[in-house]
Structures are given as C-alpha cells and as structure tokens.
Design a protein around this ligand. Structure first.
Ligand SMILES: *Cc1c(COP(=O)(O)O)cnc(C)c1O
Length: 236
C-alpha cells in the first residue's frame, strides 16, 4: 500500500488528529544527524489513556507498534483493535504486578519493565506454560530515584545474569526513564554501557521530549506518546 503516513484526510480514514508523520520525520532527521539507520529504531506509539477511536487513525496511517502502561486498560482497548489490525504489536511499558503476569504474557508482545526476581520467575513460568516468547527488557533505574521502578545500575549485571541463568529468560535489552529534571544523555549512555557489557542489543529509551538524544546514544526502541497523540490528561 502506498498511503501517506499520518494522512488523516483520506476518505474513510478516521478524523481524530495525530502527529505521526511529524514524529517519523523527526526520527529520520535524528537518524541522519547521528548516523543511525532508521530501520534500527522502532517507534513505539504510546497510546495509554487514549481511547481506541484515537488509536485507530494511527493504525490506519501505518503505525504497528504501540505501548500501554496498564494491563487492564490494554485488555479493554486492544482486542477490537487487534481484530481489525492483526499485525499490530502491543508493548507493556508500565510496572507489572506479579498477579497480572498471566494476563500480561497473554496480551502483550513485549514487556519493558522486568525489574525483580519474582516477576522474572513468573514471566518464565507463564511463557513455558503457554509456549509464548515475548521480547523482554530489564528496566534500569539509572537515576537511582527511590520512587521509580527498575533495578539499580550497580545491581543490573547480577539481575541480568539471574534472569538468564536462574530463570532461563532470553532478554532483548534494557529500558530506562531518566529523571524528569535531568539532562537525559548521561542516563542513555549509562544504559548503553550496561547493555554492551552484558551482550544486549536492545535499548528502550527516549520519549517525546528527548528521543533525538536517545537515538544519538543508540536507542533501538523509542517510546513516544504525547508528540503523536497530543496532550494527555494527568493521571489521578
Ligand atoms: C507515558 C510513557 C511514555 C511516553 O511519554 P511521552 O512523554 O508522552 O512521549 C514513555 N515511556 C513510558 C514508560 C511511559 O510511561
């Protein structure tokens, strides 16, 4: 198909506005500037809090990888969207409770928030039971923020080894969310360094405000919400 990405004016397309084309252009620009290949940077369109009617036009514009941060919200939203777009992929980018692992492994294609032994063990058991194999990212709390999920940088090597050797997980890479008020580049560089010394290729880093910097530091997966879907009402 030769439809124009982001063109929501075609007859038959839904009319909710979005900025997929602008974000794709900005990704292409960053790739040119930092000598990265665009096909090595996967855009995850973060559709959390937006209803299916807002997600559909982005699917119609050709986007296929999406991010959600709550199991329950994804369960409510994605079955009908997947029925219409069977090749859509949905990544869990929010925290995972162990009592939700069964539903998460059934529903998602990737989990970016593996950060403790109990969750690693539960994912391993559920993958074995179902025969499913998700893309898995270990979340690293690069800023060592007390309120933030993720394994501490100094504990990352041991946790990665435990995921592999004790739980038998195949990991795709690492994920981080730099502190909101920090210059993100050193956090992205730290994540890349931990990944490289552990033989991991995937780097899930960069959001609406900082994805060009993340691409510069080697991001393979950028998680972009508001720059595509617009302002998100604050969660209460
Ligand atoms: C919401 C969220 C994003 C997207 O944030 P934007 O600033 O809207 O691009 C990325 N990653 C995670 C983990 C999120 O929760």
């Amino acid at each position: 198909m030769s439809e124009t990405p982001g063109d929501t004016t075609r007859a038959g397309a839904s009319q909710a506005p979005h900025h997929l084309a602008e974000v794709r252009a900005a990704i292409a620009k960053a790739c040119r500037a930092f000598d990265r290949r665009p096909q090595d940077v996967t855009l995850i369109a973060v559709s959390k809090t937006f209803p299916a009617d807002a997600v559909r036009p982005v699917l119609e514009a050709g986007q296929r990888v999406f991010g959600e941060n709550r199991v329950q919200e994804a369960q409510a939203k994605w079955p009908e969207l997947r029925a219409a777009f069977p090749d859509a992929r949905v990544h869990l980018i929010g925290p995972l409770q162990s009592n939700k692992v069964r539903e998460a492994v059934e529903l998602f294609d990737a989990i970016h928030t593996v950060d403790r032994p109990k969750i690693a063990a539960a994912i391993a058991a559920e993958q074995a039971r179902t025969g499913r194999a998700l893309e898995l990212f270990v979340q690293v709390n690069t800023g060592a923020e007390p309120q933030k999920a993720g394994v501490l940088p100094e504990a990352a090597d041991a946790f990665i080894a435990e995921c592999r050797d004790v739980h038998g997980l195949t990991l795709s890479g690492l994920m981080c969310i730099p502190p909101a008020d920090a210059v993100p580049d050193p956090h992205f560089a730290l994540l890349a360094e931990i990944a490289a010394r552990n033989g991991l290729k995937g780097l899930s880093m960069g959001m609406s405000g900082d994805f060009p910097a993340a691409i510069r530091q080697g991001a393979t997966h950028i998680r972009v919400g508001s720059a595509i879907f617009g302002h998100r009402p604050p969660l209460t």
